[in-house]
Design a protein around this ligand. Structure first.
Ligand SMILES: [Zn+2]
Length: 256
């Protein structure tokens, strides 16, 4: 059911507010700080941020990316995350309508965005996104009744077991940690949203993206691989197009 313009605009506004909260999570969760207290403040001068200076995207533009009090620069990451989350929510409403499926898509997209930005910044994937997201994913899977819940449960188990095996095998083969625990927990959460076949597709897509995009870069800069970024992109594609990709694979590649 396609949504009308009103629903899409409301979803975008709600998404921008979720993005504002996501910014707080991105900055504070890796430092183990509370996401509720203290309220938003300028990291440079400590001044509290009034509600009108905290309006997603617009406030940053009106203040030209500077603190109202001390004029210190405010990272462009804030409006970008807010705008991206707004797009995720609007696209979810556009594709899935005002439905539990639409809400699931928007929540999953927001979790993946939070994971990707946090992993890229800090090489950490905090438990709030993964274990917290797993609980939310399992709860939302009840939209499909008991069957939906079982699909989510099997998906989560698949994600955990597969990534655990890869991490264990990598450690045996290379003698050092090849994959962080955050990636294992992340794919457990992803499995609850995309099912076991979706887990396979996500790992395949993430590895492919990581190889094509990151290996050439990391050769040059000798940096760690924030694998969660690529898994997040692959998981988003899988959620939307997974069924179509799997159908294509079965029809044309396997010929069944
Ligand atoms: Zn300031």
């Amino acid at each position: 059911m396609p949504s009308d313009a009103f629903v899409i605009v409301m979803a975008a506004l709600l998404g921008a507010m979720v993005g504002s909260f996501l910014n707080v999570c991105i900055v504070r969760l890796p430092r183990d700080e509370s996401i509720l207290y203290p309220p938003s403040h300028c990291p440079a001068c400590g001044a509290g941020i009034a509600w009108y200076d905290n309006v997603p995207v617009l406030a940053w533009l009106l203040l030209r990316g500077r603190c109202r009090h001390c004029r210190a620069g405010i990272s462009i990451q804030y409006p970008l995350v807010e705008a991206a989350t707004a797009v995720v929510w609007a696209a979810s409403a556009w594709r899935y309508g005002l439905s539990l499926e639409g809400l699931t898509a928007a929540v999953f997209g927001s979790l993946l965005l939070g994971i990707a930005v946090t992993d890229a910044r800090t090489y950490l994937i905090p438990d709030e996104y993964t274990w917290g997201g797993l609980v939310v994913g399992l709860a939302l899977s009840w939209r499909g009744g008991l069957d939906g819940f079982l699909v989510a449960l099997i998906g989560a188990a698949t994600g955990f077991v597969l990534l655990y095996a890869v991490a264990w095998g990598g450690e045996k083969a290379f003698g050092k940690e090849a994959m962080g625990g955050g990636d294992i927990k992340m794919m457990t959460m992803v499995g609850a949203f995309v099912g076991w076949q979706g887990v396979l597709l996500t790992i395949f897509g993430g590895a492919l993206l990581g190889t094509v995009v990151f290996v050439p870069l990391s050769m040059k800069h000798k940096r760690l691989v924030p694998f969660g970024v690529f898994l997040a992109a692959a998981a988003a594609v899988t959620f939307v197009y997974g069924d179509a990709i799997l159908k294509w694979y079965k029809d044309f590649v396997l010929g069944v």
